[in-house]
Design a protein around this ligand. Structure first.
Ligand code: ATP
Ligand code: MG
Length: 393
């Protein structure tokens, strides 16, 4: 990162670290990635480094690969008028870092730092707000939120992840600009919401989302849910979403709409469909039948959901762990008779009868796993109700 700034400055261009990395450094945290802002135009940046990716040249961004690290170098720019509350209608490149800082969202994200000279450019009082742990819009909050409807959600996300407060006039500008937030692409919303959802202070984040009416605008199913329970759940997106959606019939579709990956939506759908768990004193057979239906892999996440909500029956967790430790067959694939052996035993070729017999044997095995041997299952087939031949050949 230093070598990138050095190369730009040696070529005669102003260059600073900006954005999240400066904020994190000032807070004494190590940044995850480094963003450089520079007066150099994208073509000039591309000419200066050997390994570059033209990430978003039309917006002035080039990614420089240096010693395994990726550094985004963006030309100082001012943004033109926003036409639809989603993206600027034009980008003007500039030679002045202050112009670039004035288009940024919050004061703590609008500080530039020259790591070579140590110069800090902080035109909006970002350092003071960092010390006061305040999220404050750069310039007039209402105008900035009307420009880009994602910013209100970013304010709540930063307040949650950093455990900061939102400065009063910045917070007050959120409800009246929700109509612009409603037009933001769900992919962008999801990225911010997911960071909020995994944060330790998630209860505060969800409460702020609801108070500012953002939550009702993109995730109405979560309104008035138990936000404290979410913080008690592990920081896993599926478990936390299921805490918010337990018992919601269309949970899977809701999570698809929120643009989470299909596997997350499947899992949340399956978890949310289990608002009630077996009792802690259920029989082993009943627990095996329940696990077979649920799948063993979902037992842990489902128990985590109910523990967070305080609805996990006493003793159930230990019972399930003990049962799973014995690794009983829970699927028809684990039966001691495979399809071929079963057809032989039934004296038939492929037919719907085979599927019915498989389900029958799985029931037998879940009731008493000791019967899961070829002989045991052949013997059990004599009780199979579908006109089964007695020879057992
Ligand atoms: P994180 O550590 O979570 O990545 P970040 O501050 O780096 O936080 P990014 O989304 O990576 O957040 O954005 C980088 C910088 O770009 C921000 O610090 C801010 O200066 C600016 N920025 C990002 N999104 C917006 C926006 N919607 N409006 C104005 N400025 C923005
Ligand atoms: Mg970042």
């Amino acid at each position: 990162m230093l070598s990138v700034v050095t190369a730009l400055q040696e070529a005669g261009h102003r260059a600073f670290l900006v954005g999240g990395c400066v904020r994190d450094l000032l807070r004494g945290q190590s940044p995850r990635d480094f963003d450089v802002a520079s007066a150099a135009r994208p073509e000039q940046v591309q000419g200066l480094f050997r390994r570059v990716i033209a990430t978003g040249v039309q917006h002035g961004t080039v990614t420089v690969l240096e010693k395994g690290a990726r550094v985004e170098v963006t030309t100082f720019r001012a943004e033109g008028a926003y036409l639809d509350g989603r993206r600027p209608s034009s980008v003007d490149f500039h030679d002045d870092v202050t112009v670039d800082l004035s288009r940024r969202d919050f004061t703590m994200n609008a500080i530039a730092w020259d790591p070579l000279s140590g110069e800090l450019v902080d035109p909006f009082g970002g350092q003071a707000d960092l010390r006061a742990r305040l999220i404050r819009a750069v310039r007039e909050p209402m105008a900035r939120f009307l420009e880009d409807g994602l910013r209100p959600l970013r304010a709540v996300r930063f307040a949650t992840v950093l455990d900061f407060s939102i400065e009063a006039s910045t917070a007050a500008a959120i409800p009246p600009t929700v109509h612009v937030f409603r037009r933001v692409a769900m992919e962008r919303i999801q990225q911010e919401f997911d960071k909020l959802l995994r944060a330790p202070a998630v209860t505060k984040g969800l409460t702020l989302l609801q108070q500012t009416s953002l939550l009702a605008a993109f995730f109405p199913e979560a309104v008035d849910r138990d936000f404290e329970a979410v913080a008690r759940a592990p920081a896993d997106e599926a478990v936390r979403l299921a805490v918010l959606l337990l018992g919601t019939p269309q949970a899977r579709e809701v999570v698809v709409r929120l643009k989470y990956p299909g596997r997350v939506a499947e899992l949340v759908g399956a978890l949310a469909a289990q608002p009630e768990l077996p009792r802690g004193d259920a029989s082993d057979a009943a627990l095996r039948r329940w696990l077979s239906h649920l799948t063993a892999a979902r037992a842990g996440p489902l128990l985590a959901v109910h523990r967070a909500l305080g609805s996990a029956p006493a003793g159930l967790q230990a019972r399930v762990e003990a049962l799973l430790a014995a690794a009983p067959p829970l699927t028809s694939r684990e039966l001691a008779l495979d399809g071929k052996a079963l057809m032989e035993a039934l004296g038939t070729g492929p037919s719907p009868l085979v599927g019915q017999a498989t389900r029958f044997l799985l029931e037998v095995e879940l009731e008493d796993p000791s019967q899961n041997t070829p002989e045991g299952l052949r013997a059990a087939l004599r009780g199979f109700p579908q006109g089964f031949p007695q020879s057992g050949a």
